[in-house]
Write a protein that binds this ligand. Structure first.
Ligand code: HEM
Length: 484
């Protein structure tokens, strides 16, 4: 880090107060100049916001400030302030602009809308994500994963990230739309991939929606893909509405859902929600799993301990919903994977009224950020933070720390609606693959994070597969490993 910046007094300035017609504001310590002045610094590189947040956390502590295009931006680096933003003062905030820009694709879905639209959508969609509904998908999750496990070959090398992407995409697609629309799912996958390819570029521009109709090749591609996606999703919705059958999938639940006054989601809202769930549901889980496999493959003793639990709980049969509560260590492995590599690596809000926090007072229009990636790697809450240690997630350890020291699924009214789905999928998928395969990390590969909307691996993750044979392993072996 460039500590000399501190010494020279170039980078930082202390808290200050100023008064406008609308009030007196007290600004936290932060960068002396607007962010673009620092772009030559290694911690302020475009496309690497984690470095900036790390730098601010290291030098400025719990609350820090910088400016970008005349906007105040506050970075919160303490569970107490995260709680203020997400829970206690939630009504003073709306979505910040990166998420708002997702509207060009997701319209007014759960992720992008603000109250009152959001409150109503959440009430209507909640039953579809009720624990009992989610549990019904366990069989499908295991079946799809086992099918993948069967197609792998002993000694071959796979790109784990690519495998996790296609697995979790298929799981979300089939649980959302039931099973009989293979061609549609293929079309949705294809168009979604096209869109994601240019989407991250698109949202980097302020007011992207304004030039969306320009005849630029990338934008033409985006519009075409979005049009195709809309047609497929709208057709699925129309067919489903016409036959009125409850297929026990998420779409049926959304179609049957009613608000307290008896009203249902409109066709447009249905389209927005379906696409939202599809996108929010697959990339997050796929990245969480890819990073967890990376950590397992580079920490073989943890992988063996997880396998011992899987072998003991499942023996030679496929995992079921009933096994889920018994896969305790596997659950902690997934939790620890999401601690070190949280798929939602940061969260942002924009304040719509004056907000006071930590003794400071910021005007409406301020953007507020916090980062799971930074807080979950903070030694105040996780000693020896870079060590991959699933036992940090025992009930006893969890009770010792603030709930907002570990928050991969956010919190408050906008807490991830798919959280139960993600845990069930993550744990069953880890168990089902570990039952058949040991993953070996191929040394010498570069590893880095790519902080897009989700925290992706920047490079492919090459792993060699080794077939497991349960037959040769005794119950005593398993018990011995579990005691490690
Ligand atoms: C490991 C997997 C996942 C992680 C880490 C994750 C994380 C998050 C986080 C942090 C938020 C809150 C964002 C904010 O408040 O700004 C969120 C919201 C959301 N997530 Fe997830 N998610 C995951 C999986 C899923 C799945 C599987 C689904 C659906 C099947 C889903 C659907 C949603 C939706 C619809 C929202 C918006 C909720 C609202 O604003 O009311 N997520 N997710």
């Amino acid at each position: 880090m460039q500590d000399t910046d501190l010494d020279s007094g170039f980078a930082f300035k202390g808290a200050y107060t100023y008064t406008t017609k609308t009030g007196t504001w007290r600004i936290p310590p932060g960068l002396k100049r607007a962010l673009p002045f620092y772009l030559h610094k290694p911690w302020a590189r475009i496309g690497k916001p984690i470095r900036l947040f790390e730098y601010m956390a290291k030098h400025l502590g719990k609350i820090a400030h910088y400016r970008l295009f005349g906007i105040h931006i506050v970075f919160l680096n303490d569970p107490e302030y995260v709680r203020e933003m997400l829970v206690n003062q939630n009504s003073s905030f709306v979505r910040e602009r990166t998420i708002r820009r997702l509207k060009i694709l997701l319209g007014e879905g759960l992720l992008t809308s603000d109250d009152p639209t959001h409150k109503r959508s959440r009430r209507i969609a909640a039953p579809a994500f009720h624990r009992q509904r989610i549990n019904a998908y366990a069989g499908e999750m295991v079946r799809i994963t086992a099918h993948t496990a069967e197609r792998w070959h002993d000694g071959s090398t796979i790109d784990m990230n690519a495998s996790m992407m296609s697995l979790s995409l298929e799981i979300v697609a089939r649980t959302l739309f039931a099973t009989e629309v293979d061609d549609d799912i293929r079309e949705i996958n294809e168009q979604t991939n096209q869109i994601m390819g240019i989407y991250n570029f698109l949202i980097a521009f302020p007011n992207a929606e304004r030039f969306l109709h320009w005849p630029i090749p990338g934008l033409v591609k985006f519009r075409r893909a979005r049009g195709k996606l809309d047609r497929v999703v709208n057709r699925i919705i129309a067919t489903r509405k016409a036959d009125g059958e409850d297929r026990q999938d998420l779409l049926s639940m959304l179609l049957l859902a009613r608000d307290e006054d008896g009203s249902a989601l409109s066709d447009e809202q249905l389209r927005d929600e379906v696409l939202t769930i599809f996108l929010a549901g697959y990339e997050t889980t796929a990245n969480a799993l890819s990073w967890t496999w990376y950590l397992l493959a580079t920490n073989p003793e943890v992988q063996e301990r997880m396998y011992a639990e899987v072998a003991e709980v499942l023996a030679n049969r496929p995992a079921t919903l009933e096994d889920y509560p018994h896969l305790k260590y596997t659950t902690m492995v997934f939790a620890e994977g999401m601690r070190l590599y949280p798929p939602a690596w940061a969260m942002g809000r924009m304040s719509t009224e004056p907000v006071e926090m930590g003794g400071y007072r910021l005007p409406p229009g301020t953007h507020w950020f916090t980062s799971q990636y930074i807080i979950q790697r903070d030694e105040r809450f996780f000693p020896d933070p870079l060590r991959f240690d699933p036992l940090r997630h025992t009930e006893e350890e969890k009770a010792k720390r603030d709930k907002f020291a570990y928050f991969p699924f956010g919190g408050g009214q906008r807490q991830c609606i798919g959280e139960a789905f993600a845990w069930l999928e993550g744990v069953l998928l880890l168990a089902t693959l570990a039952q058949r395969w040991r993953m070996e990390w191929i040394p010498g590969q570069p590893v880095d994070v790519e902080e897009k909307i989700t925290l992706r691996p920047r490079y492919p993750m090459q792993m060699r597969l080794h077939a497991r044979s349960l037959a040769g392993t005794t119950a005593q072996d398993h018990a011995a490993i579990l005691k490690v």
